[in-house]
Design a protein around this ligand. Structure first.
Ligand code: PEP
Ligand code: MN
Length: 375
């Protein structure tokens, strides 16, 4: 909460407000501008007698700054940020770098088994693959092996779970329909993915509150980053915490790339806004196989600890998103490069300094510096 004092508020008015806040048990910090003074109030402001403060001499307004997404929000202060850790199968998320890789779609039992081997051999940690695909055109001719019936969905899920078990890889699969959550749980899927089109599907997000399975929540391509966190918060209202945010590109002016990767927001999520782990998906983010390598690495530097990569045993015959899927050799090299960048990021993170550390000492110098610089 910030108490904004009126222009021309007297020093004794400002002091009285600070004294009152201290009396109520709050700590305060003051920002003195040339015309107005702002008083920051630290602590749980839910019990603050807002009306009483508002009535005090010299007070202009009280500005609420706590975030609407309380559970998804960063819980520490800027110098002591707190992050959530949780497992997907036997893989911990939020500690070391995690690579989720696999084809866009599960296409056959053989294809997903070979894809699992490819992911394992490349050093990936989690196998991905969609069984019922969300397609923008009803005429695409391909909606996934599980699109036709509950039996086909079960069969497709069983194929990817079997492939994952064979190579000791937990599996992540997109879910479209909230009534099928139990089926994914029964078959042994380890992680659910909410695709971009369902990013703000109220019914699906509400239903996912109850599943013990971790969820990758992809950001809709036209959703403001804080509005997105509020949609994530929807799954968290009854205590769920095992959610991975995912930046997979937003709408932009470019036609060359399928989407525009919003890496500034990845940094905002990790360094400022939230304690949830952040994934980058440069496959959907760029839509071009040859840009997945550099943009995945850029995503790690921006703050991601999870990378999502589409790869196929032979992308040239993939039934969906083949143009953005890596060849097995490319996946292997990307995983190696990702670990190199992750090590760099750990080192550069140790040099990261939030401004709040320096602000008080520079505030004290404002008047003197103004005189020195501008006379
Ligand atoms: C996918 O992961 O294959 C997919 C379709 O992703 P998105 O929902 O981000 O487009
Ligand atoms: Mn895809």
């Amino acid at each position: 909460m910030i108490v904004k004092m009126r222009k021309g508020a007297r020093p004794e008015d400002i002091q009285a407000v600070e004294d009152k806040l201290h009396e109520l048990g709050y700590q305060t910090g003051k920002l003195v501008g040339t015309e107005i003074v702002l008083i920051g109030v630290y602590g749980d402001v839910s019990q603050l007698p807002v009306g009483e403060i508002q009535e005090m001499a010299g007070v202009d307004e009280l500005i609420r700054i706590s975030r609407a997404y309380k559970r998804a929000a960063q819980k520490g202060d800027p110098t002591d940020r707190r992050y959530v850790h949780f497992p997907v199968g036997n893989v911990m998320i939020g500690e070391d770098l995690v690579v989720i890789a696999g084809p866009c779609s599960v296409e056959s039992e053989r294809q997903i088994m070979e894809a699992a081997r490819m992911v394992k051999e490349a050093g990936g940690h989690i196998l991905r693959g969609g069984v019922h695909k969300y397609r923008s055109s009803p005429y695409s001719g391909w909606e996934g092996v599980g699109a036709d019936s509950e039996e086909s969905l079960r069969r497709g899920l069983e194929w990817i779970v079997k492939a994952g078990r064979e190579y000791d890889l937990p599996v992540a699969v997109e879910i479209l329909d909230h009534t099928k959550i139990h089926l994914y749980e029964d078959v042994g899927v380890d992680c659910l993915q909410i695709g971009e089109p369902n990013s703000r599907n109220t019914v699906l997000l509400n239903a996912l509150r109850e599943t013990p399975l971790p969820v990758i929540h992809k950001r809709a391509n036209s959703l403001d980053c804080e509005a997105y966190l509020l949609w994530t918060e929807r799954m968290m209202t009854t205590g769920k915490e095992n959610i991975i945010l995912c930046e997979r590109g937003i709408l932009g002016p470019n036609k060359y790339t399928r989407n525009t990767m919003d890496l500034g927001t990845v940094a905002a999520f990790y360094y400022q806004l939230t304690g949830l782990p952040v994934a980058v998906d440069a496959s959907h983010g760029t839509g071009r196989r040859d840009l997945v390598h550099p943009m995945t690495l850029a995503g790690i530097m921006a703050g991601a600890s999870v990378i999502l990569v589409e790869a196929h045993p032979n992308p040239l015959i993939a039934k969906s998103d083949g143009y953005q899927a890596l060849f097995p050799e490319q996946l292997k090299n990307l995983v190696e490069a990702a670990h190199i960048v992750w090590d760099v990021r750990r080192k550069t993170d140790a040099l990261y300094q939030p401004s709040v550390v320096f602000e008080p000492q520079y505030e004290k110098r404002v008047e003197a510096d103004r005189k020195r610089f501008f006379g």
